[in-house]
Design a protein around this ligand. Structure first.
Ligand SMILES: *[C@@H]1O[C@H](CO)[C@@H](O)[C@H](O)[C@H]1NC(C)=O
Length: 339
């Protein structure tokens, strides 16, 4: 028995998670529990997909908190998290989610980064080139076939309104995807002159139902059945392969392929559901103001992230709206401050 113990103890020593390779996640405090109102039907589930990784974990958890906080039926929401981490790291991420939301209904799906790595070309900002940034293209493969509709949300946003309203956007018989569109944005500038001068490529936009307009891919309602039927993952991949192997047709990350496939075919959503650009541009991350009009969702797209600016005492005025959803624990904050 003592001998067995001696043989086992080094194993126990190395198996202890705190002593394993450095994958330290900060501590999060538990969010209050949210309960369904009397009018919630158990049959009406809302499916939300988000990514999960160590870098954006604090943002993802703040996003989840904001969804629950403003939902009329928070217990009817199923979260579908996508991660590229190893199975062991995914267990750490799972524990972090549970520490903040012990009764959350969620699954974590492992997205094989090698599926997409060879198709990513370098963009203007390194953070945009992470394989996880492309996971939204593969939701139809990752989520179970029983999930017909999913709301994809980026990890740098908060909702301040009931997600059920956005979720129930009618897609009709023809639309695969709904998102707020921005037709005043200069659509030409999202593609290179090589693209526009090409004999064939620009014709992709000629048969669209409506004028092709920019939309932000951080907030999208997607019909996964129609997506699979139309093999939209393959259509997006085709453009990524052209970009990687033939000619440089755009400078941003996962956004331009979405524009190439969906611009002019998107079901419009009120602008209040994606007040984007609060992170500033892709180079400097300067402070930005809200667009005019009502606000249901604030999105820190761009380089600046509210948690980093708050930690560095360089917060923009609107970052104060993100702070109440921050679940990083006091202890975790102190630890980070020491680094
Ligand atoms: C739109 O962008 C293109 C390419 O960047 C530029 O040549 C064009 O002048 C812009 N149009 C307007 C109206 O700003």
């Amino acid at each position: 028995m003592p001998l067995l113990f001696l043989l086992l103890s080094p194993l126990l020593f190395f198996a202890s998670p705190s002593l394993c390779a450095p994958f330290e996640l900060p501590d999060f405090r538990e969010a209050p529990a949210f309960r369904n109102g009397p009018d919630c039907s158990p049959d009406n589930k809302i499916h939300i997909a988000m990514t999960l990784d160590a870098t954006y974990l604090r943002g993802s958890l703040a996003g989840v908190f904001s969804v629950l906080r403003h939902a009329s039926c928070p217990e009817s929401i199923n979260f579908h998290f996508v991660a590229t981490s190893s199975p062991r790291r995914i267990q750490h991420l799972r524990r972090a989610v549970l520490s903040a939301f012990p009764s959350l209904v969620f699954s974590i799906y492992r997205f094989d980064a090698t599926l997409v790595r060879g198709k990513i070309s370098q963009s203007v900002r390194r953070a945009l080139d992470q394989p996880l940034n492309y996971a939204r293209i593969y939701l139809s493969n990752l989520l179970p076939p029983t999930v017909q509709r999913v709301l994809y949300l980026d990890s740098d946003l908060i909702l301040v309104d009931d997600v059920a309203v956005l979720w129930s956007t009618p897609l009709g018989p023809n639309h695969v995807l709904a998102a707020p569109e921005y037709c005043h944005a200069n659509f030409t500038s999202y593609f290179t002159s090589t693209f526009w001068d090409h004999p064939i490529y620009p014709s992709v936009f000629t048969d669209r139902s409506r004028q092709p307009c920019y939309f932000n891919t951080g907030v999208m309602v997607m019909d996964l059945h129609k997506w699979r039927d139309g093999d939209y993952t393959k259509r997006l991949e085709t453009w990524m392969e052209i970009q990687k192997k033939e000619v440089r047709i755009y400078e941003l990350g996962s956004l331009p392929p979405f524009l190439l496939v969906f611009a002019g075919e998107v079901k419009g959503v009120e602008h209040r559901w994606n007040q984007h650009g609060l992170g500033g541009d892709n180079k400097e991350g300067l402070c930005r103001d809200l667009h005019p009009g009502p606000v249901s969702l604030l999105h820190w797209s761009g380089k600046g992230k509210p948690w980093l600016r708050l930690d560095n005492s360089r917060a923009c005025p609107l970052d104060a709206l993100w702070a109440p959803y921050d679940l990083l624990s006091r202890n975790g904050r102190d630890l980070l401050a020491d680094v």
